[in-house]
Design a protein around this ligand. Structure first.
Ligand code: GMT
Length: 375
């Protein structure tokens, strides 16, 4: 198939899933065209059947807000026509699904019917989409897509609950490449972080409010009173300085390392013993799956799609959002006993295997084929 993929080219979950999906499809022989405003962050290798088309926007003094959606729609028309694409797959509803709808209508004037699949990832529905500024456009463009997928059953339910949806929604979960996310032997790094063999707790995110990064530090504060431990905070974003400030106030700044954005997250996960994800909203929790693939159990909230990923008592534990006491108690339970920790680590890895890219990719291929056949 010739597939066009539209996504945010950033390190965010939806961009990562879209890019890894495109790379996987190209490796299987499909021709994949990424159409976005920057080269996707994870588009880090060359394949002859993998293409990148940049959407550029002309700057005019009149434009207080450069009209990216129109520029994207025009680019989609161009790429679909001249590369003769079979299908467009857009990730994140806003503004990709509505730009695809516009492109689809324009393409009809050229006698081309391009099927559009929209994948909803989370905040496009749970936060941004519900905003009344966007809701009519989000509802319309979901209903006008030829196919719609969500990354968890929970996100599907939320979409059906909050929007007037007339389309069937297919759930296709996030996935992981176990060749990349594999526990790597990085003993020298572990020794540098935890010279006295302390336990290493880790959190990775974009430090947005929904990630509850202050709770991460509060949980760690409690754990470290019982278990000698260190905390690695990976990523960057709006909450970072508040979290740094909090760790100073709690007197634990010597035990907390802020590593900023990292490319080789799998190396950091490989030296870690426990992953913390106390989010107040999480449609799937790709970062937790990445941790599990590297044999790191997960202490998370029970929100959104997390119960579909994190199995309590097996791969980690679930607690109510903001229940720092319970999360700390569960973390200590896992970390205090070496044998128990090993059992959780192994179980986390075994569970991650169910989300291996080779299991999930065929679901997208079948879905594309069905959408093409029905449109
Ligand atoms: O979590 C983020 O802030 C990034 C966000 C995104 O939209 O890129 O991630 C969402 O999509 C990921 C991939 O499908 C999911 O694994 C994340 O759970 C989801 N984030 C939220 O729902 C907050």
């Amino acid at each position: 198939m010739k597939i066009g993929i539209v996504c945010y080219p950033t390190f965010g979950g939806s961009g990562v899933v879209a890019t890894e999906l495109g790379k996987g499809l190209a490796s299987k022989g499909h021709e994949v065209h990424f159409i976005t405003y920057n080269k996707p962050a994870r588009l880090d290798f060359f394949l002859e059947n993998l293409y990148y088309h940049e959407v550029s926007i002309s700057q005019y003094p009149l434009f207080d807000f450069p009209p990216y959606e129109s520029a994207l729609a025009s680019k989609l028309v161009d790429v679909v026509r001249f590369e003769e694409l079979d299908i467009l797959h857009v990730h994140y509803a806003i503004p990709h699904a509505s730009a695809a709808y516009l492109a689809k209508q324009i393409l009809k004037t050229y006698g081309i019917n391009i099927p559009v699949v929209t994948t909803l990832h989370g905040t496009d529905i749970t936060l941004v989409g519900k905003d009344k500024t966007f809701k009519p456009v989000v509802t319309f463009s979901i209903n006008e897509s030829d196919g719609v997928t969500t990354v968890s059953e929970n996100l599907k339910s939320q979409t059906l609950e909050f929007f007037d949806i007339t389309r069937e929604i297919q759930v296709i979960p996030n996935f992981i490449d176990l060749n990349r996310f594999v526990n790597k032997n990085r003993l020298h790094f572990k020794k540098a972080i935890a010279p006295d063999d302390e336990r290493i707790l880790v959190h990775t995110s974009n430090f947005r409010k929904v990630k509850n990064t202050q709770d991460v530090v509060r949980i760690f504060h409690k754990v470290s009173q019982t278990i000698p431990s260190k905390l690695l905070m990976v990523g960057d974003g709006p909450e970072r300085s508040n979290v740094e400030e909090l760790s100073r106030q709690l007197g634990i700044s010597n035990s907390v390392r802020f590593l900023g954005k990292q490319d080789a997250v799998e190396e950091i996960l490989s030296v870690s013993d426990l992953f913390l994800m106390p989010s107040s909203s999480e449609s799937f929790g790709l970062a937790a799956l990445e941790a599990m693939a590297c044999r790191v159990p997960v202490i998370s909230s029970n929100i959104g799609g997390l119960p579909e990923l994190n199995v309590p008592g097996v791969t980690g534990f679930l607690s109510d959002v903001d229940d720092i006491e319970d999360m700390a108690k569960n973390a200590i339970y896992i970390l205090e006993d070496c044998e128990r920790l090993e059992t959780f680590k192994q179980a986390a890895y075994e569970h991650a295997k169910k989300f291996e890219i080779s299991q999930i990719l065929p679901q997208y291929e079948e879905y594309y084929q069905r959408t093409i056949d029905n449109s």
